[in-house]
Ligand binder design. Structure first.
Ligand SMILES: [Zn+2]
Length: 76
């Protein structure tokens, strides 16, 4: 049995945060069937809320890991 989810589709540069218009790195699929897109910043900010309403969260923020070597690494 495989537990790998089939991703809807990878997020691209054309996918934009619903809040600020930055490139989206999270896709939140709602129970209602709707979909929200968030940048890494807003995805993290709203994560507690999103987890209550989402049926699936596609998190591609890992792709950002090489962006800044000076960022705090105290959270994993
Ligand atoms: Zn944003």
């Amino acid at each position: 049995m495989t537990t790998v989810l089939t991703p809807a589709s990878p997020l691209t540069a054309a996918d934009r945060c619903d809040r600020c218009g930055a490139q989206a790195y999270l896709r939140v699929v709602l129970a209602s069937g709707g979909e929200l897109l968030f940048c890494a910043h807003h995805g993290r900010k709203f994560e507690p809320e999103l987890k209550k309403i989402a049926v699936e969260i596609q998190d591609e923020t890992g792709r950002l890991s090489t962006t800044s070597a000076s960022a705090s690494d105290d959270e994993r």
